[in-house]
Design a protein around this ligand. Structure first.
Ligand code: ADE
Length: 440
């Protein structure tokens, strides 16, 4: 590990490997590239201090380089202790970015790194999961919380000035849910643009990105044949439905477990078997959680599982598979490979846990493909630009990405794919804007 005032990373010698992989990602992120070229010309973020808490991947590097091209000063910390790509972190350090991220950090180091990122005294926060934003709010509202001592250690002598923060963005469903709870309590201190909720993000990144990368992670770490397996997906939201579709595409027999009747009905009508969690536990071979909730796979399920069952989590936090229950059921735990642990139960069964129950697609694979992050991170870059520009007008609420930004990103992406689409005729435009016309 290398630590200076400006960075904490695993090994700066990895920078040239990281740069090659960033170039690979950027080649597949044409919309971010177009925004970057405009930012280079217009410098809309000149001198703006941005603290970002994101999975430190080659795609995140493309976003950070875009913000820097726009003139921003960026500090970056990891949004998950196990998802950092160390070569990418090293490459960003070489580019002059302040990076506090290395794969395999402890919980206290994770929060110290958040403190280091905050020591820039940000004017804009960019977050994935809301740990950074919530930390700012806990400090500002003087909420006692054990992790804050580590944050303060990371910040050193720097005093945070929450009043300097003109806004933030949030990348993921879990983060938006947390920030809406903060808003409901009337304690949100600055506007948050919910990038997650924008159609160009949630219709693509959530199902397609998580769908593909979750399957990728299971295959990379276990190599099991998916065809013919009973593949249980917990949660049929945007993410879960994407995983289910991809697993079905690989020939698995997909079973959905849901608590929401509308979603359960949708899964059933889309041709999946839908059943209660205990029945699914008895019959499944592979289990993936994607609910955003806690204690989804618990002791009562683990007790029913077959010998050889594989468990993975695709939700943001490592709370969906109850790790305490798994440990207490086990008489021994053995690491089979860096992303696979075998829990041998007292009654002689083996249950395999992937990625320590953390976000499997980022820990056991490389996260969403660049092509899909092109959309999400274009929205991030444009949302940061909006916050930098429109400080006075935005209220301290959780806000949507403006629809015109969403459209612009979709248009640029279509253009990059060589796809042209029709426009409505004058007659059609008039028709859809007219209320008097009906049955004729
Ligand atoms: N979240 C999911 N996939 C990601 C990726 N490739 N980079 C950054 N954040 C992500």
């Amino acid at each position: 590990m290398e630590r200076t005032d400006r960075y904490w990373v695993r090994d700066t010698d990895l920078a040239s490997d990281g740069m090659k992989r960033i170039a690979w990602a950027e080649q597949r992120m044409p919309v971010v590239g177009a925004i970057r070229r405009r930012f280079e010309r217009e410098r809309p973020l000149k001198g703006v201090r941005v603290a970002a808490c994101l999975h430190v991947t080659k795609e995140t590097a493309a976003l950070v380089r875009t913000l820097v091209s726009g003139g921003a000063e960026v500090s970056l910390c990891a949004s998950n202790p196990l998802s950092t790509q160390d070569d990418v972190a090293a490459a960003l350090v070489e580019e002059g970015v302040s990076v506090y991220a290395y794969r395999g950090m402890s919980e206290s180091e994770y929060y110290e790194c958040i403190g280091r990122a905050l020591s820039i005294r940000p004017e804009i926060t960019v977050d994935d999961g809301a740990d950074l934003t919530v930390t700012v709010h806990k400090l500002a509202h003087r909420v006692q919380s054990p992790e804050l001592s580590h944050v303060l250690t990371g910040m050193g002598d720097v005093q945070l000035a929450p009043e300097d923060i003109r806004g933030g963005t949030e990348e993921t469903t879990t983060g938006v849910t947390r920030l809406r709870a903060l808003e409901r309590e009337g304690r949100l201190l600055y506007p948050i643009i919910a990038v997650n909720d924008s159609p160009t993000k949630s219709l693509f990144d959530n199902p397609l990105g998580t769908g593909q990368s979750t399957i990728d992670a299971i295959m990379r770490s276990t190599g099991v044949l998916l065809a013919g397996k009973r593949f249980v997906v917990f949660g049929y939201g945007r993410v879960g439905s994407g995983i289910a579709a991809r697993a079905r595409g690989m020939g698995a027999e997909v079973i959905v477990v849901e608590v929401n009747p509308v979603r359960a009905l949708m899964a059933a009508m889309e041709g999946y078997r839908v059943m209660g969690s205990k029945d699914a536990a008895k019959t499944g071979d592979i289990f993936v959680t994607a609910t955003g909730n806690i204690g989804v796979i618990r002791r009562e399920h683990m007790e029913l599982m077959k010998d050889g069952a594989i468990l993975a989590n695709a939700g943001h936090y490592d709370v969906e598979v109850s790790l305490g229950d798994l440990r207490s059921l086990a008489e021994s735990v053995e690491e089979i490979s860096p992303s696979v642990e075998r829990f041998r139960t007292k009654d002689g069964r083996n249950i395999y846990l992937l990625a320590k129950g953390r976000l499997v697609n980022l820990v056991a694979a490389e996260g969403h493909p660049s092509e899909v992050m092109d959309l999400s991170f274009s929205l991030q870059a444009l949302s940061v630009e909006l916050l930098a520009r429109e400080r006075e007008r935005l209220p301290s609420r959780v806000l949507d990405v403006p629809p015109e930004v969403d459209r612009a990103v979709a248009e640029l992406k279509l253009d990059s794919m060589g796809i042209t689409i029709d426009e409505m005729t004058e007659e059609q435009l008039r028709y859809v804007n007219e209320w008097k016309l009906g049955t004729s």
